[in-house]
Design a binder for this molecule. Sequence first.
Ligand SMILES: [Zn+2]
Length: 265
Amino acid sequence: MPSQNVICKTCGNNFSGLYCNACGQKVIKRFTGAYLLDGLKQEVFEVDTGLWHTYSDMWTRPGEMVRDYINGATQKYYSPLKYMILWTALYLIALELILPKNASNLFSQETLANFVFNSNRPYSKEAVSDFTSFWYRLASQNTNYYFFGLIPFISLTGLLVYKKSNVNLTEHIILNTYFCGHFASVTIPIALLSTHTESFSELSQSIFSTLLLFVPYFYLFLNMQKGFFREKWSSTILSGLLCIVGGTGIFILLLFVTFNTLKGF
Ligand SMILES: [Zn+2]
């Protein structure tokens, strides 16, 4: 490590070492091939600071990893927002490739005209059935929006359920953002599997895709909660389900009210 002082080329700070202690700028003597390779490795794949590390930890010790991140070891891991954006983007790309024909857009004119802006009165029996179809489409075909929308609600219920654990709302959001990103990575193979069910009846098709989606969803979520809150399975199952059911309930209720308000126009 060079011991002489250097003036930072980025912020002008006087320091010694390989990195500026004020802005984090690395000392660069000359750009070389090795430097470019290193930069590619670091900036594109972030091999050192963690995409792979984060991904494998999200399988093996998700709760402990997020706790480690929240306790300040942020350099070791891929950031939660980037993790979620990366997997959501890959999921959307995969979906485009897998489902070129029946990819339906929830916000298309046709869907909106069919379910939202039809002649059914708000809060009527027909409106409830319109909403059910709309919600089913959201959860099954626009899974990413659905789970993305759930983050603030599950975080809120988590805050209430785990009141005693001294975890704040932002920390709950970080926890659930990691989860959402990781779950997006899991939904890629699930989406692939779901396309091979054409021979099934409609009912078994929806049961199959629901199980395929919700079994890993509950398992991954509860496993993460268990490690994060350092609980026994019995209490995790209870509190974790309360978070999901409560959060999902508030989310659906809000969607339902918004849906009917839009219908009223
Ligand atoms: Zn600097």
